[in-house]
Design a protein around this ligand. Sequence first.
Ligand code: HEC
Length: 394
Amino acid sequence: MKKLLTTILSLGVAASAALAADSITAVKVSDVNDASAWAKAKYSSVTLYPQSAIHMNDKNANAANEGNKAKKADVAALYDGKNIALMVKWADSTKNVQGAHSTDTYSDGFALQFAGMSKKAGALPYIGMGSDGRPVVVHLQKATSSVYEPNGNKDVSTQINRQQTGVFGQELKDYDAKVASLAKTDYERVFVGEGFRSLTEIKDGSAQSNASMTHANNTWTATLVRPLSDSYMKSTGTVPVAIAVWDGSKLGRNGLKNLSSWVSVNLDGMKPDAKIVAETTEESKGNAAKGKEAVGANGCVGCHQIEATDAPNLMGPSLTNVGGYSTAAYLRESILKPSAVIVPGYNRNAHSNTPWYNIEKGKRVSAMTDFSFLDKQTVEDIVAYLKTIKAEVE
Ligand code: HEC
């Protein structure tokens, strides 16, 4: 009896350890806005892969991000009757904040993406910006400083020196009030998107949220609080979330970031949503070695860069990290129905005769060959191989 119990216990430990990477437990608390509630949080490690599908036009940014490795983030979640709160911590030794005036500086930042209300049954939305009929809700926070930079030189001390100028009393108070009113103290945005170029900021106040980020000990700690359900999303016992972080010191912006795959956040004490859990944790049953052969035999590398050492020929998106931020279901769909999701981006650096999609009867049609003629096993083998294509952790 005792022995059996030990076996069960150790099985339990093994199972929860295996789950740690692709699911997060949201702990139930009475109020997620009470900072002390975080003491109860359980952290899971989530890997964020360099988004490599699109090549930037900015040569410096491309050079700064060449050979980028994946990053680990520690992620925890809390929920109460109304809201969900997420905390994300990741290492970044340089603090880059949004400049008030300079347009050539890039800031650190983070985004949390949720699956929006979908008219279509089926897979989760495309990880970057949603897809037709499968919207996403994106909460973005950029690092800002509360410093007023009238001349953009960050040398605020030369503009007013409390010791050496004759400014004091009411004058000084007025100056401080002006600084506070002009300072860029927050840069939080909420977007909805349903595919390429559809990301639209919600400005009418109908999206309630509060995001913040603080930098200490070479680490960013970011939090977001938003309703579990609102007019943009409805939560079940499992909330699918994707995490993105930007590194300003590497000129990161827009698509140039580190991105996780969809991760399940299970609300502790509630029934998990089996469908979402299955999709976010699915391991392909195919044979990756055979998949690699099939990729060669079917000419995928004629259009895609697969290994970092392959020449980026840009006939299609680079797949060098596709296994890191894509679910097996998404990869399967990409092969069988290339037009179901059109990857945001186009063939910037190659010939204009080879766009990534064409418009036919008002609809975007992928330039990728339709591989639905492949037999089921070959597709699974390719999916298993694609899942292995990702950078190692730095
Ligand atoms: C004729 C060129 C071409 C060939 C051959 C081709 N693809 Fe593609 N592929 C594209 C283009 C263009 C896109 C982007 C448009 C879209 O999303 O369909 C794409 C998109 C993809 C995506 C989605 C990438 C992302 O970042 O989300 C995957 C995965 C993919 N292809 C896998 C394959 C595999 C596997 C093969 C071989 C079996 C293959 N492709 C063969 C052109 C091609």
